[in-house]
Design a protein around this ligand. Structure first.
Ligand code: F6P
Length: 547
């Protein structure tokens, strides 16, 4: 396999990047009246404007050549047909099968994946209806009013982000809560107002070994059985979603109450599986299917659209351009829709756990920058907090602005103010304001020459800060499904271009192992001197002050 920096397109992009850094987007817009038409993609219910990036037609052509040279199209086929592209774990990557058509068999290792998925969807539907319609009863014969999902990482962020994003579509048949942190403060606060006889717990863990989740699940079982005085109550109040049925069974979950996960679904791509149960319980199964349908539509676009018109491909190429070639170190996710307030947290896992790596899939050290660190916040809140940095710091932070044409909860005048800011910010980040403009403005305001000389440098905004704008018609289950799948496929393409295995996460294992050993030390009276002096003394201090 060719190393990426040896590819012709890669070398051309390297050469181009140096020149591009000295250009200003203002000039690129001035030179080309059709820039928006050239650098935007419109789908039926969402559009991407990427014209405010430091690219021109030649850059785009060369980026697309990189996608060709790295065989993005072929890799895409491999993923969808179930080849084992998760090389380090020897697994297929088939979260796309979770939302694919029920009529198209997909055979992997002799198993019909479509059949397995449909079987679980049917099981989910029956369960969701039973709970929502009040037919699933707790140990005292009362209906379930509250769902507590216990899970962390992919077994939490996706479902919780979607629950928040679609909360206007909930009919409040049940209340959904999420426990992810092993800090007892979270579960204690969530359980405090709840009545055990009316609560259903979902223990969501692909591996069913995650310490934080197991600890929270044990606490939940104790809380329930302390109220019910009966271990049998667990069967009426606990279900599990896992690929490890043995552990779930040993933990005390009834076999019928276990929903399947598969090794071909990565945790961070799993909200489309039974890991999405809390979403379906909150919204009803039909709306959950609309979410799947939206994702399937984006998958179809990803499969069918030519690379130049392909949203995930373009977004991946721009990320590589901004990060690997232009040198940006981070990327901001800035939703202008209150309900998307967890999107940045969700994408942090999706992108950074997938591509935050520095070894190629062949095991070679990578000497080019891979993915940026992802961070973000609701745009409006960010404007009054960290946008100063976006506008005037000497680090350029490319940003994705995400907004919707229609508000799902219209309050007179609010959406216009919100969206005026949305459009103004990407404009300001791109155009900036130069010293001549600043001076003219201050002069027009009647400021003295002395004042102007002192203040002008502080008011200059260099602009030229790249942004993508994603505009959805409105946030609903279908468009949200499209948006999430857009980012999932972007992350996949990024991984291919950067030659990274996007579907493992070895980097989280080291800390897990150390924590397990340290926990034993914390629980024992004596303490061996086995750590570096910093860690050893911190542990000693902690233990000493605990007594
Ligand atoms: O520690 C990281 C991680 O392995 C994620 O990849 C995963 O989503 C999360 O932990 C939870 O894992 P599980 O679903 O197996 O409990």
């Amino acid at each position: 396999m060719h190393k990426r920096p040896t590819l012709a397109s890669w070398q051309q992009l390297e050469a181009m990047a140096a020149g591009k850094k000295s250009q200003h987007m203002n000039d690129l817009f001035a030179q080309d009246a059709h820039r928006f038409d050239k650098f935007s993609i419109e789908l039926p219910s969402l559009m991407l404007d990427y014209s405010k990036n430091l690219i021109d037609s030649e850059t785009l052509t060369t980026l697309l050549a990189l996608a060709e040279e790295t065989q993005v199209g072929q890799w895409r086929e491999k993923m969808f047909r179930g080849d084992k592209i998760n090389k380090t774990e020897n697994r297929a990557v088939l979260h796309t099968a979770l939302r694919a058509s029920a009529n198209k068999p997909l055979i992997v290792d002799g198993e019909n994946i479509t059949e397995q998925v449909q079987k679980q969807l049917n099981k989910m539907e029956a369960f969701v209806n039973k709970v929502r319609q009040g037919h699933w009863l707790g140990y005292s014969g009362k209906r379930i009013t509250d769902i507590v999902n216990i899970g962390v990482g992919g077994s939490n962020l996706g479902p919780q982000m979607v629950t928040e994003a679609l909360k206007n579509y909930s009919d409040n048949s049940v209340n959904v809560h999420y426990v992810s942190n092993v800090d007892g403060a979270q579960i204690a606060e969530i359980l405090r107002p709840l009545e055990p006889e009316k609560v259903l717990f979902i223990v969501s863990s692909k591996t069913f070994t995650t310490t934080e989740t197991m600890t929270n699940a044990k606490t939940a079982i104790n809380w329930l059985t302390a109220a019910s005085f009966d271990q049998k109550a667990v069967a009426k109040h606990f279900v599990a979603v896992t690929a490890n049925k043995i552990n779930a069974g040993e933990f005390g979950i009834e076999a019928d109450n276990i929903f399947d996960m598969w090794d071909w679904v990565g945790g961070r791509f799993s909200l489309w599986s039974a890991i999405g149960l809390p979403i379906a319980l909150d919204l009803g199964f039909d709306k959950f299917k609309e979410l799947l349908q939206g994702a399937a539509e984006m998958d179809q676009h990803f499969l069918d659209a030519p690379l130049a018109q392909n949203m995930p491909v373009i977004m991946a190429l721009l990320s590589v351009w901004n990060t690997t070639f232009l040198g940006s170190k981070s990327q901001a996710i800035l939703p202008y829709d209150q309900t998307l307030h967890m999107l940045a947290a969700y994408l942090q896992q999706a992108e950074m756990e997938s591509n935050g790596k520095s070894v190629s899939w062949d095991g070679d050290e990578i000497d080019y920058a891979t993915v940026p660190s992802i961070w973000g916040e609701l745009g409006i809140n960010g404007q009054h907090a960290f946008y100063q940095y976006l506008h005037q710091s000497n680090n350029v932070v490319p940003a994705d602005f995400i907004g919707s044409v229609e508000s799902v909860t219209p309050v007179k005048g609010h959406h216009e103010t919100l969206m005026a800011n949305f459009f103004a910010q990407t404009q300001a980040l791109m155009t900036g304001v130069n010293e001549t403009q600043v001076r003219a403005d201050l002069k027009a305001k009647g400021r003295s020459e002395q004042y102007i000389n002192a203040i002008a440098p502080h008011k200059v905004h260099k602009g030229n800060r790249p942004t993508n704008t994603i505009l959805l018609k409105r946030i609903d289950p279908n468009t949200l499904g499209q948006l999430i799948a857009l980012y999932e496929q972007k992350i996949f393409v990024q991984g291919i271009i950067l030659q990274i295995c996007s579907f493992d996460q070895w980097g989280v294992e080291l800390g897990k192992g150390l924590a397990a050993n340290i926990q034993q030390e914390l629980e024992s009276v004596s303490s061996e001197n086995v750590h570096d002096s910093s860690t050893q003394n911190l542990i000693s201090y902690y233990k000493k002050h605990q007594q």
